[in-house]
Design a protein around this ligand. Structure first.
Ligand SMILES: [Zn+2]
Length: 262
Protein backbone atom coordinates (compact mmCIF):
# COMPACT_ATOMS: atom_id res chain seq x y z
CA UNK A 1 0.00 0.00 0.00
CA UNK A 2 1.07 3.57 -0.61
CA UNK A 3 1.41 5.95 2.33
CA UNK A 4 -1.94 7.49 1.44
CA UNK A 5 -3.49 4.05 1.31
CA UNK A 6 -2.20 3.30 4.83
CA UNK A 7 -3.49 6.66 6.08
CA UNK A 8 -6.93 6.04 4.62
CA UNK A 9 -7.02 2.54 6.10
CA UNK A 10 -5.96 3.92 9.51
CA UNK A 11 -8.55 6.70 9.38
CA UNK A 12 -11.22 4.16 8.42
CA UNK A 13 -10.23 1.81 11.26
CA UNK A 14 -10.17 4.68 13.80
CA UNK A 15 -13.60 5.91 12.71
CA UNK A 16 -15.00 2.39 12.77
CA UNK A 17 -13.63 1.78 16.28
CA UNK A 18 -14.96 5.13 17.53
CA UNK A 19 -18.48 4.32 16.28
CA UNK A 20 -18.22 0.74 17.59
CA UNK A 21 -17.14 2.19 20.96
CA UNK A 22 -20.23 4.42 21.11
CA UNK A 23 -22.47 1.40 20.42
CA UNK A 24 -20.70 -0.58 23.16
CA UNK A 25 -21.11 2.48 25.40
CA UNK A 26 -24.85 2.24 24.82
CA UNK A 27 -24.72 -1.35 26.16
CA UNK A 28 -22.52 -0.27 29.09
CA UNK A 29 -25.30 2.19 30.02
CA UNK A 30 -27.67 -0.77 30.30
CA UNK A 31 -25.15 -2.54 32.60
CA UNK A 32 -24.69 0.64 34.68
CA UNK A 33 -28.45 0.99 35.10
CA UNK A 34 -29.31 -2.67 35.72
CA UNK A 35 -26.39 -4.28 37.61
CA UNK A 36 -27.07 -2.33 40.86
CA UNK A 37 -30.74 -3.44 40.58
CA UNK A 38 -29.55 -7.06 40.14
CA UNK A 39 -31.37 -7.31 36.79
CA UNK A 40 -30.36 -9.15 33.62
CA UNK A 41 -28.36 -7.02 31.18
CA UNK A 42 -29.55 -9.11 28.19
CA UNK A 43 -33.35 -9.17 28.52
CA UNK A 44 -35.86 -7.53 28.46
CA UNK A 45 -35.52 -4.66 26.00
CA UNK A 46 -34.95 -1.20 27.49
CA UNK A 47 -37.91 0.85 28.66
CA UNK A 48 -38.28 4.38 29.94
CA UNK A 49 -37.93 3.96 33.73
CA UNK A 50 -40.57 6.66 34.16
CA UNK A 51 -43.50 5.62 31.92
CA UNK A 52 -42.47 2.15 30.70
CA UNK A 53 -42.39 3.18 27.03
CA UNK A 54 -40.52 0.46 25.10
CA UNK A 55 -37.47 1.95 23.37
CA UNK A 56 -37.16 1.40 19.61
CA UNK A 57 -33.84 1.09 17.82
CA UNK A 58 -34.13 4.75 16.79
CA UNK A 59 -34.39 5.75 20.47
CA UNK A 60 -31.11 3.93 21.05
CA UNK A 61 -28.77 5.47 18.47
CA UNK A 62 -25.76 6.68 20.51
CA UNK A 63 -25.62 10.47 21.04
CA UNK A 64 -27.99 11.16 18.12
CA UNK A 65 -31.17 9.95 19.84
CA UNK A 66 -30.38 12.00 22.94
CA UNK A 67 -29.81 15.08 20.78
CA UNK A 68 -32.94 14.55 18.64
CA UNK A 69 -35.11 13.88 21.72
CA UNK A 70 -33.41 16.82 23.50
CA UNK A 71 -32.77 14.61 26.53
CA UNK A 72 -36.42 13.67 27.08
CA UNK A 73 -38.50 10.48 26.73
CA UNK A 74 -40.41 10.37 23.41
CA UNK A 75 -43.55 9.25 25.20
CA UNK A 76 -43.73 11.02 28.58
CA UNK A 77 -41.05 13.74 28.20
CA UNK A 78 -39.36 12.70 31.46
CA UNK A 79 -35.71 13.84 31.39
CA UNK A 80 -33.15 11.19 30.33
CA UNK A 81 -30.00 11.17 32.47
CA UNK A 82 -27.08 12.99 30.78
CA UNK A 83 -25.08 9.93 31.87
CA UNK A 84 -26.33 8.15 28.70
CA UNK A 85 -24.73 10.42 26.05
CA UNK A 86 -21.74 10.97 28.38
CA UNK A 87 -20.93 7.23 28.67
CA UNK A 88 -21.50 6.74 24.91
CA UNK A 89 -19.11 9.56 23.98
CA UNK A 90 -16.60 8.52 26.65
CA UNK A 91 -16.53 4.89 25.45
CA UNK A 92 -16.12 5.99 21.81
CA UNK A 93 -13.24 8.27 22.81
CA UNK A 94 -11.57 5.59 24.94
CA UNK A 95 -11.80 3.08 22.06
CA UNK A 96 -10.08 5.52 19.67
CA UNK A 97 -7.44 6.32 22.30
CA UNK A 98 -6.67 2.61 22.75
CA UNK A 99 -6.31 2.09 18.99
CA UNK A 100 -3.80 4.97 18.88
CA UNK A 101 -1.76 3.39 21.71
CA UNK A 102 -1.99 -0.34 20.93
CA UNK A 103 -2.68 -0.42 17.17
CA UNK A 104 -4.55 -3.35 15.64
CA UNK A 105 -3.12 -6.02 17.97
CA UNK A 106 -4.58 -8.88 20.08
CA UNK A 107 -3.66 -6.86 23.22
CA UNK A 108 -5.96 -4.07 21.94
CA UNK A 109 -8.97 -6.40 22.21
CA UNK A 110 -8.07 -7.46 25.78
CA UNK A 111 -7.45 -3.90 26.96
CA UNK A 112 -10.76 -2.75 25.42
CA UNK A 113 -12.64 -5.41 27.42
CA UNK A 114 -10.73 -4.23 30.51
CA UNK A 115 -11.59 -0.57 29.77
CA UNK A 116 -15.30 -1.44 29.42
CA UNK A 117 -15.27 -3.12 32.85
CA UNK A 118 -13.56 -0.02 34.29
CA UNK A 119 -16.15 2.36 32.76
CA UNK A 120 -19.02 0.34 34.28
CA UNK A 121 -17.32 0.13 37.71
CA UNK A 122 -16.51 3.86 37.61
CA UNK A 123 -20.11 4.89 36.91
CA UNK A 124 -21.73 2.46 39.37
CA UNK A 125 -19.31 3.30 42.19
CA UNK A 126 -19.84 7.04 41.62
CA UNK A 127 -23.62 6.69 41.85
CA UNK A 128 -24.13 3.84 44.33
CA UNK A 129 -20.77 3.34 46.10
CA UNK A 130 -20.78 -0.34 45.18
CA UNK A 131 -18.57 -2.43 42.89
CA UNK A 132 -20.65 -5.38 41.67
CA UNK A 133 -19.15 -8.88 41.92
CA UNK A 134 -20.74 -9.61 38.53
CA UNK A 135 -18.02 -7.41 36.97
CA UNK A 136 -15.01 -7.90 39.26
CA UNK A 137 -15.07 -11.69 39.76
CA UNK A 138 -15.42 -12.69 36.06
CA UNK A 139 -12.88 -9.90 35.39
CA UNK A 140 -10.27 -11.67 37.53
CA UNK A 141 -10.80 -14.92 35.59
CA UNK A 142 -10.84 -13.28 32.13
CA UNK A 143 -7.76 -11.18 32.91
CA UNK A 144 -5.83 -14.25 34.02
CA UNK A 145 -6.93 -16.38 31.04
CA UNK A 146 -5.89 -13.67 28.56
CA UNK A 147 -2.49 -13.43 30.28
CA UNK A 148 -1.80 -17.06 29.35
CA UNK A 149 -1.12 -15.85 25.79
CA UNK A 150 -0.56 -12.10 26.10
CA UNK A 151 1.21 -9.60 28.39
CA UNK A 152 1.69 -9.50 31.33
CA UNK A 153 1.98 -13.34 31.20
CA UNK A 154 0.47 -15.81 33.71
CA UNK A 155 3.09 -15.41 36.48
CA UNK A 156 2.91 -11.61 36.64
CA UNK A 157 -0.89 -11.79 36.33
CA UNK A 158 -1.11 -14.19 39.27
CA UNK A 159 1.28 -11.93 41.21
CA UNK A 160 -0.96 -8.99 40.33
CA UNK A 161 -4.08 -10.74 41.64
CA UNK A 162 -2.38 -11.64 44.93
CA UNK A 163 -0.66 -8.26 45.39
CA UNK A 164 -3.70 -6.25 44.27
CA UNK A 165 -6.17 -8.12 46.41
CA UNK A 166 -3.68 -8.51 49.26
CA UNK A 167 -2.69 -4.84 49.68
CA UNK A 168 -6.23 -3.55 49.97
CA UNK A 169 -7.35 -6.46 52.10
CA UNK A 170 -4.51 -5.77 54.58
CA UNK A 171 -5.28 -2.02 54.64
CA UNK A 172 -9.00 -2.66 55.12
CA UNK A 173 -8.27 -5.09 57.98
CA UNK A 174 -5.81 -2.73 59.68
CA UNK A 175 -8.13 0.25 59.29
CA UNK A 176 -11.08 -1.71 60.61
CA UNK A 177 -9.18 -2.82 63.71
CA UNK A 178 -7.75 0.66 64.30
CA UNK A 179 -10.89 2.72 63.86
CA UNK A 180 -13.62 0.13 64.25
CA UNK A 181 -15.11 1.37 60.97
CA UNK A 182 -15.26 -0.29 57.57
CA UNK A 183 -13.23 2.18 55.49
CA UNK A 184 -13.29 0.18 52.29
CA UNK A 185 -15.80 -2.37 51.14
CA UNK A 186 -14.32 -5.56 49.88
CA UNK A 187 -15.53 -4.51 46.42
CA UNK A 188 -12.33 -2.44 46.21
CA UNK A 189 -10.27 -5.52 47.10
CA UNK A 190 -11.85 -7.57 44.30
CA UNK A 191 -11.54 -4.67 41.86
CA UNK A 192 -7.81 -4.25 42.49
CA UNK A 193 -7.38 -8.03 42.14
CA UNK A 194 -9.10 -7.75 38.73
CA UNK A 195 -6.76 -4.89 37.76
CA UNK A 196 -3.85 -7.09 38.86
CA UNK A 197 -5.11 -9.95 36.69
CA UNK A 198 -5.19 -7.75 33.55
CA UNK A 199 -2.13 -5.55 34.13
CA UNK A 200 -0.01 -7.80 36.37
CA UNK A 201 2.88 -6.77 38.55
CA UNK A 202 4.21 -4.10 38.79
CA UNK A 203 1.47 -2.06 37.05
CA UNK A 204 -1.14 -2.98 39.68
CA UNK A 205 1.09 -1.29 42.28
CA UNK A 206 1.42 1.78 40.06
CA UNK A 207 -2.40 1.82 39.80
CA UNK A 208 -2.74 1.75 43.58
CA UNK A 209 -0.24 4.61 44.04
CA UNK A 210 -1.89 6.73 41.31
CA UNK A 211 -5.39 6.11 42.76
CA UNK A 212 -4.25 7.02 46.28
CA UNK A 213 -2.63 10.22 45.00
CA UNK A 214 -5.79 11.15 43.09
CA UNK A 215 -7.92 10.35 46.12
CA UNK A 216 -5.70 12.62 48.23
CA UNK A 217 -5.92 15.50 45.75
CA UNK A 218 -9.69 15.19 45.32
CA UNK A 219 -10.08 14.93 49.12
CA UNK A 220 -8.03 18.09 49.72
CA UNK A 221 -10.02 20.00 47.09
CA UNK A 222 -13.33 18.85 48.61
CA UNK A 223 -12.26 19.72 52.16
CA UNK A 224 -10.82 23.09 51.07
CA UNK A 225 -14.08 23.95 49.33
CA UNK A 226 -15.95 22.77 52.45
CA UNK A 227 -17.96 20.32 50.44
CA UNK A 228 -16.97 17.29 52.46
CA UNK A 229 -15.72 16.49 55.93
CA UNK A 230 -12.79 14.16 56.57
CA UNK A 231 -15.23 11.39 57.40
CA UNK A 232 -16.89 11.36 53.99
CA UNK A 233 -15.97 8.17 52.22
CA UNK A 234 -14.72 8.93 48.72
CA UNK A 235 -15.62 6.22 46.22
CA UNK A 236 -12.16 4.70 45.89
CA UNK A 237 -13.33 2.50 43.00
CA UNK A 238 -13.74 5.57 40.78
CA UNK A 239 -10.11 6.57 41.48
CA UNK A 240 -8.99 2.99 40.85
CA UNK A 241 -10.82 2.96 37.49
CA UNK A 242 -9.15 6.16 36.26
CA UNK A 243 -5.74 5.07 37.58
CA UNK A 244 -6.04 1.61 35.99
CA UNK A 245 -6.91 3.16 32.63
CA UNK A 246 -3.79 5.35 32.80
CA UNK A 247 -1.67 2.36 33.86
CA UNK A 248 -3.12 0.24 31.03
CA UNK A 249 -2.31 2.88 28.39
CA UNK A 250 0.89 4.44 29.74
CA UNK A 251 2.04 2.31 32.69
CA UNK A 252 5.14 0.85 31.02
CA UNK A 253 6.58 4.19 29.79
CA UNK A 254 5.66 5.79 33.15
CA UNK A 255 7.55 3.14 35.10
CA UNK A 256 10.55 3.27 32.75
CA UNK A 257 10.70 7.06 33.17
CA UNK A 258 10.38 6.85 36.95
CA UNK A 259 13.04 4.15 37.37
CA UNK A 260 15.46 5.94 35.00
CA UNK A 261 15.71 8.76 37.55
CA UNK A 262 17.68 6.61 39.97
ZN1 LIG B 1 -41.17 7.88 29.43
Amino acid sequence: MTTTGVDVANAFFLTFMGLWGMLIGSFLNVCIHRLPLKQSVVTPRSRCPHCGHLLSWYDNVPLISYAVLRGRCRSCAAPISPRYPFVEALTGGIFVWHVLVFGATPLLAVRLVFACALIVLFAIDLEHQILPDRITLPGIVIGFLCSLLLPPGPLLSLGGIVAGGGILWAIAEAWFRLRKVDAMGFGDVKMLAMIGAFLGLPLVLLTFVLATMMGGIVGIVLIASRRASMATALPFGTMLAVAALIASLYGDPLLTWYLSRF
